[in-house]
Write a protein that binds this ligand. Structure first.
Ligand code: GSH
Length: 209
């Protein structure tokens, strides 16, 4: 039995943050497929037995059940001694970016991609709104990355792994991602990290809804 079990599915960028951390740090882990597109996370059983918040990812380790990708990333950094902050100032800085990621960078983009790229809603007032918000968040991160190779300095940390949850997802969102040149260069640096894998290679993919 693997040391770490990750409840996840391939299309989940929030789960990818954790899967990539487990992979890059060389952990013994296994994915447990969650059938998100057929409502598993909305069922009473999932909420009472796995995660009352009704979300993926969920990590099981050593009798602990952890949720929320940012908290899981910090836990894994502490467990493995890799990709974590190396000072109090870095710890604050990594939380500053992981909170921005959860509130804006990942969440607006992931919602846009879910509607426009996966559900194929076409252009609506809602997709236009989310694209504007996601674009504003991408501009903030692109500007930051014009000054530094990684989010909190010269090396890959959990802040980068949090923000990178959805940036490798292939679905069209109607955003011109190539315009964010500093984000594109940062993505290439992440991809060059030994052991890097695409989300669709790391996690199981079930039948679409
Ligand atoms: N802040 C959470 C977000 C997790 C999240 O939104 N996960 C999605 C899948 S990528 C989910 O399970 N959504 C279910 C829902 O919102 O009902 C985290 O970082 O773990």
């Amino acid at each position: 039995m693997s040391e770490y079990k990750l409840h996840c599915f391939a299309e989940s960028g929030n789960a990818y943050k954790v899967a990539l951390m487990l992979e890059l740090t060389g952990q013994d882990w296994q994915p447990l497929f969650v059938d998100f597109f057929h409502g598993q996370t909305r069922g009473d059983a999932w909420r009472s037995e796995v995660n009352e918040q009704g979300e993926v990812p969920v990590l099981e380790h050593g009798g602990n059940t952890l949720t929320q990708s940012a908290l899981i990333l910090e836990y894994l950094a502490q467990q493995t001694g890799q990709f974590g902050p190396q000072s109090e100032a870095e710890r604050r800085e990594s939380w500053r970016w992981m909170l921005f990621d959860n509130h804006k960078f990942t969440s607006y983009y992931a919602t846009l991609r879910f509607l426009y790229g996966l559900k194929k809603t076409g252009e609506t007032d809602v997709t236009t709104f989310f694209r504007e918000r996601a674009t504003a968040a991408y501009r903030v991160v692109d500007q930051h990355l014009s000054q530094t190779p990684f989010m909190i300095g010269g090396r890959l940390t959990i802040a980068d792994l949090s923000l990178a949850g959805y940036v490798f997802m292939p679905e069209d969102t109607g955003m011109q991602l190539a315009d964010f040149t500093h984000i594109e260069a940062w993505k290439a640096r992440i991809q060059a990290t030994p052991g890097w894998k695409h989300p669709y290679e790391l996690m199981p993919r079930g039948p679409a809804a």
